[in-house]
Design a protein around this ligand. Structure first.
Ligand code: AMP
Ligand code: ZN
Length: 486
């Protein structure tokens, strides 16, 4: 078992030694997607980051139960406890049943996760499958005095709770400031305090997704599902709770309050938050219109994209940043990652061809120690990548005859690459014929460019139309010509 893992705990605002409650078992809960539309690349970054964490914990020898939920009900438009259910709205728009929406986007999410070669979680519970558990939890919150009913809707009493517990423990915000920055209650508000939030919301007759409860027909509030499902599968106290940083201030803050109001202690020992993927400095999100979809990224079919990038290129690009740093998307950065990833993969493909010598010039052990130390330092994947490129340099030098490697060290080099590139990072060699296709198309594009420069438009058109017929689309721009599969 690898020990000495330090991870950054949002709640203490520092790196801490990871000491699971019940080693070698580890319980990890991560807030999953709201399956009412396609996941964008920002969502993917969060799930890829937790995949790295899951993989490294397993690699370290822990037995991990990784629970990642699917939010398939109860998520309202905006932060206020009103408006249309996102699923109902989408169902009307697409003229489908809400559960058809859920099915469609759950399948899409799984496809994307598979393309990025992420491991499935151990349990993937849904909000709609746990209505009873949510109702039970709300009953306990009310019985403990932290919830109240107003005409079929149940609210959490933040003021009462904050008298005994620290409501802002996760973000360390000042409660007075928060109150000052929260909209005053208006005549239409039923809740007693400005920061109170809904645990259960009364259904209108036309509400598509509603369930019977002790307080009449309704549906759960935004936060209760994660408190109920984490407690059910990991216990009232478990090791790691994670999600995107944007969830800390509201969703996770309210999750802690709900769980504490039930069990009188905090649910998770370590809170981990991944930072945002940005585009030109702005957080990638659906509402900002910069949230391109993985499919668009792979084909290059988006105004922000110069060309398509393969799933492993994109994953490699993400691993080149630490999960707690923001990562800004740009074509230049992705092009650099594409080259880097190809260099890594071609070095690995040379490994079986290397010849071992009696004596060698390298010791691989230090590289392995450096990789483990980097991962133990709050999952520092960019440092690991730098170490792996040192291994790439060794492979290429030995292959070119510039140095020698002993058979023991060659074996260690093989293990190092297998462990970190494939096992911990979850990268995979993409169809090598694609690499060749890239090279061939680069050549064809150059021939077409030459033809155009010679005003031989018949040939340039013949190339473009010919490629189109076999499913390859060329895209001309100021920067040059790129291609994608149609
Ligand atoms: P949602 O489906 O909106 O609930 O989001 C699913 C997950 O993606 C949550 O953990 C969010 O925090 C995370 N997320 C949303 N936008 C981004 C982004 N731009 N970068 C990284 N993670 C994000
Ligand atoms: Zn959650």
């Amino acid at each position: 078992m690898i020990q000495n893992l330090q991870l950054y705990n949002t709640i203490s605002r520092k790196k801490e030694l990871f000491e699971p409650l019940n080693a070698p078992h580890v319980g990890m809960y991560v807030c999953g997607p709201t399956v009412y539309s396609d996941v964008h690349l920002g969502n993917c970054r969060t799930f890829i980051s937790f995949d790295l964490i899951f993989r490294y914990l397993k690699f370290s020898g822990y037995k991990v139960r990784y629970v990642r939920n699917l939010t398939d009900a109860g998520h309202l438009e905006g932060d206020r406890d009103e408006g249309d259910d996102k699923f109902a709205k989408r169902a009307k728009l697409e003229q489908l049943e809400p559960m058809e929406i859920v099915q469609k986007y759950t399948l899409g999410f799984h496809d994307v996760m598979r393309m990025f070669n992420t491991l499935p979680p151990s349990i993937e519970p849904t909000a709609t499958g746990h209505i009873i558990e949510q109702i039970e939890m709300i009953k306990t919150i009310i019985a403990n005095g932290y919830g109240y009913e107003v005409d079929g809707t149940i609210y959490f009493d933040v003021e009462k709770y904050s008298k005994e517990y620290n409501y802002t423990v996760l973000t360390n915000r000042n409660l007075e400031d928060m109150l000052a920055n929260t909209r005053e209650l208006g005549g239409q508000d039923d809740k007693h305090g400005r920061l109170d939030f809904a645990l259960w919301i009364k259904a209108k007759p036309e509400t598509l997704m509603q369930w019977a409860s002790p307080w009449g027909a309704g549906f759960p509030g935004w936060h209760i599902e994660c408190s109920a499902m984490s407690a059910k599968y990991l216990g009232q106290e478990f090791d790691i709770h994670g999600g995107g940083l944007d969830l800390a201030a509201t969703h996770h803050t309210n999750e802690i309050a709900q769980s504490e109001a039930c069990s009188h202690h905090q649910p998770a020992k370590y809170w981990m938050h991944t930072n945002m993927l940005t585009v030109n400095g702005t957080r990638m999100s659906k509402s900002a219109g910069n949230g391109f979809l993985p499919g668009e990224l792979f084909t290059g079919n988006h105004p922000l994209l110069k060309k398509g990038y393969s799933p492993m290129t994109v994953k490699f690009f993400m691993l080149q940043a630490h999960y707690r740093s923001t990562l800004d998307f740009s074509n230049e950065a992705l092009e650099a990652s594409e080259k880097g990833f190809r260099r890594l993969m071609s070095a690995i493909s040379l490994l079986p061809k290397l010849k071992a010598s009696e004596e060698g010039d390298f010791e691989i052990e230090q590289l392995r120690i450096n990789c483990i130390n980097a991962m133990n330092d709050d999952f520092n994947s960019p440092i690991v990548i730098a170490e792996l490129f040192e291994a790439v340099r060794i492979i290429n030098t030995v292959y070119d005859g510039g140095a020698k490697i002993s058979s023991i060290e060659l074996e260690k080099l093989n293990t190092l690459m297998n462990d970190f590139v494939f096992d911990v990072f979850g990268l995979k060699d993409e169809d090598s014929s694609n690499v060749e296709l890239n090279d061939i198309l680069d050549m064809v594009i150059t021939l077409r460019k030459d033809a155009k420069e010679n005003k031989d438009y018949a040939t340039s058109d013949k190339i473009r139309i010919g490629l189109q017929e076999i499913g390859i689309q060329l895209k001309d721009s100021k920067e040059g010509t790129t291609w994608s599969k149609v």
